[in-house]
Design a protein around this ligand. Structure first.
Ligand code: FES
Ligand SMILES: [Fe+2]
Length: 346
């Protein structure tokens, strides 16, 4: 068993990834096959046929389910074998483990419990910006050869923009390092807010929005165990309040599903939604492309960081004020994965 928080919904991918072929994906150490039947139902099964153990992801999709690519056993979305070619009887034990998989706002959510019988008591979260008529969005995914929490560290401390993302959403490093910072939270959330009033708009912002001078810039990072919501943007300086949730200007709403694959690798599923300016209606693809380029830069840094941590194992890091958000997120995950203290009878 791996040390990830279980009994919760995790991001398994996006709706558009399930097409006419099954998708093999390892999530929280579970080797899975994800698929959509020809009748439209989505499912996640253990990627192992219960007959001779071929990966079910090598099979083919039918209206009723997934047919194994070796001897043709047909499995439904609950993992039950419903047909054995060449014999009438389906053995009672002919079934594979199924995991609850839901599709909501084009995000695929999988529920992974700590026992085979554990089942969700709630539905996965909604994500309004994929359906909000004011916004357009696009996205993609990255596979990381690095532990999942290094991605959290990166998202929870956006001061790195001024050094890593100068070509897109960066800007002046000094402005980033001196942004006002607030970190709040509870047992399931951490929120980091960084404000940069009267700063120069970075390249992506000027390409997407007709800013004429300095802008009041915000970054609000809302961390949950399975995903991180990042709301960034800017408006002409003095044109509104940075406390106003309905403020104007240019907005980027980031969805970041960070799902461990193994202890040392992860999936990063992201989208960015933006509100096109009336004079620049075609800007969505530019924002999506520049966001993808930005996240490529993060991947280069984070994977190099992980390789170096392996070259210098067990070495201590120093702590800076910019680390308040990442540290709080790490404490939250540690509390959720801590072994319960054994009760000692006296
Ligand atoms: S291995 Fe799947 S049907 Fe034989
Ligand atoms: Fe980044």
């Amino acid at each position: 068993m791996t040390s990830f928080p279980r009994n919760r919904w995790w991001v398994a991918g996006f709706s558009w990834e399930l097409s006419s072929t099954p998708l093999a994906r390892c999530l929280l150490g579970q080797h899975l096959v994800l698929f959509r039947t020809a009748s439209g139902e989505v499912a996640a099964l253990e990627d192992r046929c219960c007959h001779k153990e071929l990966p079910l992801s090598m099979g083919t999709l039918e209206a009723a389910g997934l047919r194994c690519g070796y001897h043709g056993l047909l499995f439904d979305t609950q993992g039950r074998c419903i047909e054995v070619p060449g014999q009438q009887d389906v053995p009672a034990r002919a079934k594979v483990r199924a995991f609850p998989l839901r599709e909501r706002d084009q995000i695929l959510w999988i529920w992974i419990g700590d026992t085979r019988d554990a089942q969700p008591e709630d539905e996965p979260p909604a994500y309004a910006f994929h359906a909000d008529p004011r916004y357009r969005f696009g996205g993609g995914s990255f596979h990381y050869d690095a532990p999942w929490q290094l991605i959290h560290d990166n998202l929870m401390d956006l001061s790195h923009l001024g050094y890593v993302h100068l070509k897109t959403i960066g800007g002046n490093p000094a402005v980033h390092m001196n942004a006002s910072l607030s970190v709040t939270g509870d047992t399931q959330h951490v929120k980091v807010v960084r404000l940069m009033p009267a700063s120069a708009p970075p390249p992506t912002y000027t390409a997407a929005w007709p800013f004429t001078g300095l802008i009041d810039r915000w970054q609000e990072v809302d961390f949950r165990v399975s995903h991180v919501l990042v709301w960034t943007g800017g408006m002409d300086t003095g044109s509104g309040s940075l406390d106003d949730p309905a403020r104007g200007g240019f907005h980027m709403r980031g969805f970041h599903g960070v799902t461990p694959e193994t202890e040392h690798s992860a999936h990063y599923f992201w989208t960015v939604a933006t509100n096109p300016h009336p004079d620049r209606k075609d800007v969505t693809q530019l924002v999506v492309d520049q966001t993808a380029a930005t996240f490529e830069e993060d991947k280069v840094v984070i994977e190099a960081q992980w390789r170096n941590q392996q070259r210098f194992p067990g070495r201590a890091q120093i702590y800076l004020s910019i680390d308040a958000g990442p540290a709080r997120a790490r404490r939250m995950i540690s509390a959720l994965t801590a072994e319960p203290t054994p009760t000692v009878a006296v």
